[in-house]
Design a protein around this ligand. Structure first.
Ligand code: DP6
Length: 326
C-alpha cells in the first residue's frame, strides 16, 4: 500500500490554452512539450486503513485546507478508479521554484498519479496514467513521458482519447532550455482562471484555435527532422499568439512584465547577431529560451548581463515517470 514516484515538469512549445470540459480537464487544442531534467517532484503515497482523512505534506510541512481539498479531490478520482476507500499519507518534495511560471502542478500531479496507483497495486501503462494525471492538472498529462511529448486533445466527451504520447526520447535530440527567472512574486491570474476567461470572453480565441493544430503539425515535423530553427520559430510564434488572446479578454490581462519584454527583445537581437535562440512564455512573467547546446554559454552570458534577470537555470530534455525504492 506504499510507493514512491518521481515526475519531471515540462515546458510547452505548443501551448494548452482552454478547456472544452472543465471537470474532466479536456483541452480545446492539442499541445506539445519537452519534459525537463532539472525540475521534478518526488512523492510517496501510503494508503492506510485507520486514517479518517488524507494527510498531505509538501516540502516537509502540512499544506493548508485548500491545498488538501484539491489533493483529496484528486485522490478520490484514483480511489474511485481502483475501487478502494482508504485515505492516504502523501509526502511530496518539489524541486521546482513554485508559483513563478514553473509549472509544479504538472510534475506534482503526475507523481501522485504514478505513486498512488502503484501503491494500490494497479499496473498502469503510460496512456492510462497520463489520463489520470490529466484530472489533476492539464499540463500533468504530458509529464508522464520523457523527452518530446504530444497531448492529443481527443474528441470523445468522456476523455478516453485525450492523453499524451512520446514523440521522441529525451536522449535522441539534445536541446537546451534556459529558464530565465525574473522575479518570484506569485502570479495574479492563475493559468486555470486565465484560460477560462480567455475562452469565454476573448474575440481572439477563435484565431488561436484556427492555427494551433497546424503549429502542432509543424513542430512535430521539425522534431522529426531535428530542424532547430523550424521548431524555435513555430514555438515562439505559438507562445505570442497565446499571450495575444489574453489582451482581448474581459477584463484584459497579461502575464508579461517589463523584464519579460526586455528578454524577448534581447533574444531577437541575438538572432540578428547570428545566434539561433527562441523564447517561449507560460502563465507567468518568466521566459524560457530554446537554443542549441553549442550556443548555451553565449546566450546565458548575454542574458545574465541584464539587470532584470535574477537567475538562469539550464535544462535539457528529461525522463518520464520513474519509481523509487520506498
Ligand atoms: C500556459 O496545466 O496549469 O502553461 O489544467 O487548469 O491545471 P490546469 O492548467 P495548467 O495550464 C498550463 C497552461 C500553460 C501552457 C501549457 O503548459 O501547455
Amino acid at each position: 500500500m506504499k510507493a514512491v514516484a518521481q515526475a519531471h515538469t515540462n515546458i510547452a512549445l505548443i501551448k494548452y490554452w482552454g478547456k472544452r470540459d472543465e471537470a474532466l480537464f479536456l483541452p480545446m487544442n492539442s499541445s506539445l512539450s519537452i519534459t525537463l531534467d532539472r525540475f521534478y517532484t518526488t512523492t510517496g503515497v501510503q494508503f492506510c486503513k485507520d486514517l479518517s482523512k488524507d494527510i498531505f505534506m509538501l516540502n516537509g510541512e502540512l499544506v493548508n485546507e485548500q491545498e488538501l481539498a484539491k489533493m483529496t479531490r484528486f485522490l478520490d478520482i484514483i480511489r474511485n478508479y481502483a475501487g478502494v476507500q482508504e485515505h492516504a499519507i502523501i509526502n511530496s518534495t518539489n524541486k521546482v521554484p513554485t508559483a513563478a511560471g514553473f509549472a509544479s502542478s504538472a510534475s506534482g500531479y503526475a507523481a501522485v498519479a504514478a505513486a498512488s496507483t502503484k501503491a494500490l497495486g494497479l499496473e498502469l501503462g503510460g496512456k492510462e496514467l497520463s489520463m489520470l494525471a490529466r484530472r489533476g492538472s492539464g499540463s500533468a498529462t504530458r509529464s508522464i513521458f520523457g523527452g518530446y511529448v504530444e497531448w492529443q486533445k481527443g474528441e470523445r466527451e468522456d476523455g478516453s482519447d485525450s492523453y499524451a504520447k512520446q514523440i521522441l526520447g529525451e536522449k535522441e535530440w539534445g536541446l537546451t532550455i534556459l529558464s530565465v527567472l525574473l522575479e518570484s512574486k506569485c502570479k495574479k491570474v492563475s493559468s486555470r482562471e486565465g484560460m477560462k476567461r480567455t475562452v469565454e470572453t476573448s474575440p481572439f480565441y477563435s484565431g488561436w484555435l484556427d492555427t494551433v493544430e497546424h503549429d502542432i503539425y509543424s513542430a512535430k515535423e521539425a522534431i522529426r527532422n531535428h530542424d532547430f530553427d523550424q521548431l524555435g520559430k513555430v514555438s515562439e510564434a505559438n507562445a505570442l499568439k497565446m499571450h495575444a488572446t489574453m489582451l482581448g479578454a474581459t477584463p484584459p490581462f497579461t502575464y508579461w512584465q517589463s523584464g519579460t519584454l526586455a528578454v524577448m527583445e534581447r533574444i531577437q537581437e541575438l538572432r540578428e547577431e547570428g545566434i539561433s535562440a527562441y523564447f517561449t512564455i507560460d502563465a507567468g512573467p518568466n521566459v524560457k529560451v530554446l537554443c542549441m547546446p553549442n550556443d548555451e554559454e553565449r546566450v546565458r552570458a548575454a542574458l545574465l548581463h541584464m539587470s532584470e534577470v535574477e537567475d538562469i537555470y539550464s535544462c535539457h530534455p528529461g525522463p518520464g515517470i520513474t519509481y523509487l525504492p520506498e
